[in-house]
Write a protein that binds this ligand. Structure first.
Ligand SMILES: NC(=O)c1ccc[n+]([C@@H]2O[C@H](COP(=O)([O-])OP(=O)(O)OC[C@H]3O[C@@H](n4cnc5c(N)ncnc54)[C@H](O)[C@@H]3O)[C@@H](O)[C@H]2O)c1
Length: 287
């Protein structure tokens, strides 16, 4: 693997592109329009600037990393990539379209991976002429800090593709767990019902948002409470994951609570939109 592509430069795509350039990979990044591309690029620049301020990175390392970032809005950018990681919105139709387009734009031997949290890798692979070369690489948020990547094997993924994806993620400094292609894989299958329970209890009036979060932080030593974590993940993303799990398994514990749906409809998507269960200014909670 020498050249990397990242499709979608939102919360996750910009984090994945950041760790990729820091590991020394020339990384092409693609967004739907120049404004979103610039927004993603600015997020990477800000994150690298913070790393320099904290002494974790030298100015020279930052400049080198930014010099090997190749931003654009045209898929032709990916023609020479050895691996392309899809990190677009968690929506089946959108991802299927992206995989059909990537299959055409990328060289035959390139590995195509999806950062999906809950959709089927097998179904995405079936949109391509190379289902053996499609696997899941599920990074965690915030990507530069979180150690884990779940590498997901679709029904048609080859052993070689799974092994290459694992080696690539390890080369970014991540630890890998291998998961089957079932909704939520390992972590979200266990985590999402917990987040949904917290939202249901908040909606029922069990306690304030702060007290629910403090309960889990101070009582269970979690680094972050469930409502703050949902704000960080994105309420829309959490909602889509819950829907996928609910559609697949039909169990009430996966059913998105009405309040989650209402907040998403209101555009209160959490930290990224400035408001979710808490309010944020410049990414910092105000409440
Ligand atoms: N948010 C999390 O904590 C988290 C964690 C792990 C995995 N994921 C998964 O990562 C993926 C991205 O999530 P996110 O939180 O970064 O979402 P996001 O909304 O922050 O970013 C998605 C980006 O994709 C772009 N996009 C949409 N269609 C595109 C296209 N056709 N071509 C190029 N760009 C396109 C959008 O413009 C947007 O900038 C989802 O599959 C999600 O389930 C999210």
């Amino acid at each position: 693997m020498k050249r990397v592509g990242v499709m979608g430069l939102g919360l996750m795509g910009s984090g994945i592109a950041e760790v990729s350039i820091l590991a020394g990979y020339a990384t092409a990044v693609c967004e739907v329009n120049p404004e979103l591309l610039q927004k993603g690029r600015s997020n990477i620049e800000r994150s690298l600037a913070r790393a320099v301020e904290r002494g974790k990175l030298t100015g020279e390392q930052r400049d080198h990393a930014l010099a090997i970032l190749r931003p654009g809005t045209d898929l032709a950018l990916f023609h020479d990539c050895d691996i392309v990681i899809e990190a677009v919105t968690e929506n089946l139709a959108a991802k299927q379209e992206v995989f059909r387009a990537l299959d055409k734009a990328c060289k035959r031997e390139a590995l195509l991976t999806s950062n999906t949290s809950s959709l089927s890798i097998t179904q995405l692979a079936a949109c391509t002429q190379r289902p053996d070369r499609v696997v899941g690489t599920h990074f965690f948020n915030p990507v530069p800090l979180m150690k884990l990547v779940e590498v997901v094997r679709g029904i048609a993924s080859s052993d070689d593709s799974v092994a290459q994806a694992k080696r690539f993620c390890e080369s970014l400094g991540k630890s890998v767990v291998l998961a089957k292609d079932t909704p939520g894989f390992v972590v979200n299958r266990l985590l999402v019902p917990y987040l949904l329970d917290a939202i249901r209890e908040y909606e029922r009036g069990l306690a304030s948002a702060e007290d629910i979060d403090n309960g889990m932080v101070l009582g269970c030593n979690h680094p972050m409470g469930p409502l703050r974590l949902t704000d960080l993940v994105g309420l829309d993303t959490t909602y889509f994951i819950a829907l996928s799990l609910y559609e697949e398994f039909g169990e009430p514990r996966f059913e998105p609570p009405p309040l989650l749906k209402r907040l998403v409809l209101a555009g209160w998507l959490g930290r990224k939109s400035g408001r979710g269960f808490y309010q944020y200014t410049d990414g910092t909670s105000q409440k």
